[in-house]
Design a protein around this ligand. Structure first.
Ligand SMILES: NC(=O)c1ccc[n+]([C@@H]2O[C@H](COP(=O)([O-])OP(=O)(O)OC[C@H]3O[C@@H](n4cnc5c(N)ncnc54)[C@H](OP(=O)(O)O)[C@@H]3O)[C@@H](O)[C@H]2O)c1
Length: 291
């Protein structure tokens, strides 16, 4: 698989990563053995960026469920293979009663990061992303705490998620930010309009599109009944999902989609997006279809 730089970290990762969320949420959550099999399959297929979060769980009685799965899968690998992997996790959301609630208080972020270290079974987290800005907490305090955790060696690199350009600018005044993770897919083209895509590429930040196929509930129906998508898919012998990921990759050299998967077949299909070359005219056609 072609690789891309993970922002300014000096790390190269496969152009397609793995979003691990479907391994922990309902209804896609597989058995633990199957989930570990999916993670190992992704790694064996050449994926070396895995995106997770402490909040990928059913509710706050099992915070860290997704990270524990990844930690277990990693512990079953020989050290030389483990060292090649980049696990990107996040803190700043909590799951009371299964809801998604922001908590960017410094004491929470510190406790969350330390819990993530335990769940993943690592001494330092390669990429720690602030999951979503909490309007009740000054951004400088939340990012300031991540900077402290970085200075202490618990975090190697800091990323942000669900950030607008002005929030990104504020965060960058406090810490070096290497990545931004926002929703971006054929059904959500906000990053092209709100400036986050252009800004991230100009600053050489990695842009990780979340829900790149439209999200767990919609991904499988992507392109259904659309004659142009079906025609392009036939021409390239590719699924609409693979077309969508290749289209996202064309949006910038630092774009690294992280499609979610709870099945090996999804991974087998998605990774080939990294080798799918679409012409300028085909990309323009997709732009029109997915406008
Ligand atoms: N930062 C944030 O706020 C935020 C929010 C949401 C998600 N995320 C991250 O982004 C990742 C991706 O988002 P997502 O999981 O919500 O949505 P998604 O990637 O748009 O869709 C995931 C679904 O797509 C299916 N799929 C994947 N590749 C496929 C293919 N080639 N053909 C057909 N179906 C395919 C998977 O099915 P199977 O399950 O059957 O394999 C999976 O359930 C998450 O896993 C998570 O890591 C971050």
């Amino acid at each position: 698989m072609q690789t891309r730089p993970l922002g300014s970290t000096g790390l190269q990762v496969g152009a397609i990563g793995l979003g691990a969320m479907p391994l922990s949420l309902r209804p896609s959550r597989p058995s633990e053995d199957d989930a570990l099999g999916v993670i190992h399959h992704a790694i064996a297929s050449g994926i070396n960026l895995i995106d997770t979060a402490d909040a990928y769980c059913i509710d706050d009685t099992e915070t860290g469920h997704n990270e524990r799965l990844i930690g277990k899968a990693l512990s079953q690998l020989p050290p030389h293979e483990r060292d090649k992997l980049v696990v990107a996790t996040k803190g700043g959301l909590v799951r009371p009663g299964g809801r998604w609630v922001r908590n960017g208080r410094p004491d929470h972020l510190r406790a969350a990061c330390e819990h993530s270290l335990q769940c993943l079974g690592v001494e330092a987290i390669t990429l720690y992303q602030y999951h979503a800005p909490d309007p009740k907490v000054p951004l400088a305090e939340s990012i300031g705490e991540l900077k402290k955790l970085q200075d202490e060696g618990k975090i190697r690199h800091i990323g942000v998620s669900n950030f607008a350009t002005d929030q990104l600018e504020k965060a960058r005044r406090i810490a070096s930010v290497v990545s931004i993770q926002n929703e971006y897919s054929p059904s959500c083209r906000d990053p092209e309009l709100d400036g986050t895509l252009a800004e991230s590429q100009a600053l050489r930040l990695a842009f990780l599109p979340w829900s790149p196929l439209g999200g767990m509930d919609s991904a499988k129906a992507l392109g259904d009944g659309d004659a142009v998508i079906e025609h392009l898919a036939r021409r390239h012998r590719a699924s609409p999902q693979r077309l969508a990921l290749a289209w996202l990759l064309s949006k910038g050299p630092m774009v690294i989609p992280i499609p979610g998967a709870s099945r090996r077949e999804s991974i087998d299909d998605s990774i080939h997006a990294a080798d799918l070359i679409l012409s300028v005219d085909e990309l323009a056609e997709l732009d029109r279809c997915w406008a």
